[in-house]
Design a protein around this ligand. Structure first.
Ligand SMILES: Cc1cc2nc3c(=O)[nH]c(=O)nc-3n(C[C@H](O)[C@H](O)[C@H](O)COP(=O)(O)OP(=O)(O)OC[C@H]3O[C@@H](n4cnc5c(N)ncnc54)[C@H](O)[C@@H]3O)c2cc1C
Length: 458
C-alpha cells in the first residue's frame, strides 16, 4: 500500500504486499521499515544479508501477539523470528517479509536462589547470562560464542563448553512462556502442555515464539581453559588420536577442534580448545597432557578463569551479514579411521574453509533420546563444515553422510527436506509432525528447518 505523503525514494523501497497502514497502534513505537534511518541496522543477520519489508522490535509478550496477528494477515510472506540474529541458517532475516525482533526482550531475572532457577528473555546474549550468573557461582552451558542469542540456541539444543559435564542447554530448561501461531499465550513445562515442552527442546522454531525461558543453573567455579595449536600434517591421524582421547576422558573435559587446510606450503594446522570443569591444577594437567602429546605443538595457553571470561570475546551490536551462508552438520558416534580419512580429503579439497568437531557424549547421552526433540543423543561428536558454495559443499558432504548418525540443524544450511530425516529419528519426526498439525496447522513458523504439518490446511 502506498502512502503518498512519503518521499518517492522511500515509497519505492516499501513492499506493495505489506499493509503498512494496518500496523497495530501497539507496535508503532518499535516498527522499522525500509527507508527508516534504523533500517540498515536490522535488515541483516550475523551471516546472511536480508531486505525484510517490515521489522517489529517488540518489548513484551502482548506485542509478540500483536505482531503475529499482523503476520497472520500476511501469511503468504516469509516470517522471521529473531532473538540474537546469529542463526547460521540465517532465517531470522528474509527478502520482503516480516521480522519479529526480540532483541529488546533481554531481561535476566533470578526466580529462586535456593533452586538456582532463572528466567531469561530470548534477546539476551549468552555472555550476559554468564556474566549475571558468575557472581553467584552458577553457570549454564550455552555455546562457544558469547554474542549468540538465547532464543535461537535454547530452542535448538545448545552444544557448549559444559556439554560433557552438564549436557545441552535444553537439558537445563524447566519451562517456557510462548506465543503460538493462533496468538494464544501458553506456558509449557513437564506439567503444563508437556507435548509442547518436549517439542520446544530441539525443534522449537517450528512451534511458536518463546517469550521467556526458565532454566535451572548449575554450580560452577573457575574452570581450566586451554587453547592449543598443532602441526596437523597428518590430518587423519590427528583426528583419530584427538577423538580417542576425548571419548576416554572423564566428562569434566569438553573440547572443540578446528582444522585449517595446508596453505602455501605450510602444513595443516589444528586449533584445539578445551574446558576442564575444575579449578584443580592437577586435574587440568591430567586432562590436557594427552592432548598436548597428539602432534608437534606450536603453542599452548592454559588459564584458570571464570567461565564468563571464555565467552567474553563477542561481537556486540548490529549485524551486517552478506549473501547466503553455506554449512553442513553431521553427528558422529566415533572418529573411525574411515571417517578420519574421508574428513582429511574434504579438508584438503578446498571445498570447505572451516572444519570443526565438537565433543558431545557424557551428560548429553545420559538423557534418553525420547525425552526431548533433540535427535543426536548417542553421538560423541558434532562435525561442521562451512564453504563458499552450498552446491559444492553438499556434493562433498553427501559422500560423508554414511558416517553420520544425525545432524544438528543449527549448523546446517542445506534446504533439502531430507535433512529432517537426518536430524530426527522416524518416531521423533512422526511425533513432531503430529504436534505441528495441532499447534501450527497453517505452517506459520516455516522459515527455519520446517517440519511440515501432517495435513496442511488448504
Ligand atoms: C559465531 C557463532 C557461534 C556459534 N556457536 C554455537 C555453539 O557453540 N553451540 C551451539 O549449539 N550453537 C552455536 N551456534 C549456532 C546458534 O546456536 C544458532 O545459530 C542459534 O539459532 C542462534 O541463536 P540467535 O537467537 O542468536 O539467532 P537468530 O538468528 O535470532 O535465530 C535463529 C532461529 O532461531 C529461531 N528462534 C530465534 N528466537 C526464537 C524464539 N524466541 N522462539 C522460537 N524460535 C526462535 C528462529 O527460527 C530463527 O530463525 C553458533 C552460531 C554462531 C554464529
Amino acid at each position: 500500500m502506498r502512502d503518498n505523503s512519503l518521499p518517492t525514494a522511500i515509497q519505492i523501497k516499501r513492499r506493495p504486499e505489506i499493509a503498512y497502514n494496518a500496523i497495530p497502534a501497539s507496535l508503532m513505537e518499535g516498527v522499522i521499515v525500509p527507508g527508516d534511518a534504523a533500517y540498515e541496522r536490522v535488515q541483516s543477520t550475523y551471516f546472511r544479508g536480508g531486505a525484510p519489508g517490515i521489522v517489529f522490535q517488540v518489548s513484551n509478550t502482548q506485542q509478540i501477539v500483536d505482531a503475529l496477528a499482523f503476520a497472520r494477515s500476511h501469511v503468504h510472506l516469509p516470517l522471521g523470528i529473531r532473538s540474537g540474529g546469529h542463526g547460521i541458517r540465517g532465517r531470522s532475516t528474509n527478502d520482503g517479509g516480516i521480522i519479529i525482533d526480540l532483541s529488546q526482550m533481554n531481561k535476566i531475572d533470578i526466580l529462586d536462589e535456593s533452586t538456582r532457577r532463572i528466567r531469561i528473555e530470548p534477546g539476551a546474549r549468552w555472555i550476559e547470562v554468564a556474566t549475571t550468573l558468575a557472581p553467584r557461582g552458577w553457570g549454564l552451558s550455552s555455546g562457544d560464542y558469547g554474542g549468540v542469542g538465547v532464543g535461537g540456541l535454547a530452542t535448538a539444543g545448545g552444544i557448549g563448553w559444559f556439554a560433557r559435564s552438564h549436557g545441552l542447554t535444553i537439558d537445563r530448561l524447566r519451562a517456557v512462556e510462548m506465543v503460538l501461531a493462533d496468538g494464544s499465550v501458553v506456558r509449557a513445562s513437564d506439567q503444563e502442555n508437556p507435548d509442547l515442552f518436549w517439542a520446544i527442546r530441539g525443534a522449537g522454531s517450528n512451534f511458536g515464539v518463546v517469550a521467556s525461558f526458565e532454566f535451572q543453573a548449575f554450580e560452577v567455579g573457575n574452570v581450566g581453559w586451554a587453547q592449543l595449536i598443532f602441526d596437523a600434517s597428518d590430518i587423519a591421524g590427528f583426528l583419530q588420536k584427538w577423538g580417542a582421547i576425548i571419548e576416554s576422558s572423564p566428562r569434566d573435559l569438553t573440547s572443540f577442534l578446528i582444522i585449517n587446510p595446508p596453505r602455501q606450503g605450510r602444513p595443516a594446522i589444528a586449533f584445539v580448545m578445551a574446558v576442564v570443569n575444575s579449578d584443580d591444577q592437577k586435574t587440568i594437567r591430567d586432562r590436557l597432557q594427552p592432548i598436548a602429546e597428539i602432534a608437534p605443538l606450536y603453542d599452548m595457553q592454559v588459564v584458570i578463569t571464570p567461565y564468563a571470561s571464555i565467552l567474553s570475546k563477542a561481537q556486540g551490536g548490529d549485524h551486517d551479514g552478506q549473501g547466503e551462508p553455506a554449512s553442513r552438520s553431521g553427528s558422529l558416534e566415533h572418529i573411525t579411521p574411515e571417517f578420519a580419512n574421508a574428513a582429511a580429503q574434504l579438508i584438503q579439497s578446498g571445498v570447505t574453509y572451516f572444519f570443526q568437531i565438537r565433543s558431545m557424549g557424557g551428560a548429553v547421552s545420559d538423557v534418553p533420546v525420547e525425552a526431548t526433540a533433540f535427535g543426536s543423543r548417542s553421538a560423541n561428536f558434532e562435525v561442521t563444515a562451512a564453504g563458499t558454495s552450498q552446491e559444492r559443499l553438499n556434493d562433498a558432504w553427501d559422500d560423508l553422510r554414511r558416517h553420520f548418525s544425525g545432524l544438528y540443524f543449527s549448523f546446517d544450511t542445506d534446504q533439502r527436506q531430507e535433512r529432517l530425516q537426518d536430524a530426527f529419528p522416524p518416531k521423533m519426526l512422526a511425533r513432531l509432525r503430529e504436534l505441528k498439525s495441532r499447534y501450527d496447522p497453517d505452517n506459520m513458523f516455516r522459515d527455519n528447518f520446517n517440519i511440515v504439518p501432517q495435513v496442511q490446511k488448504e
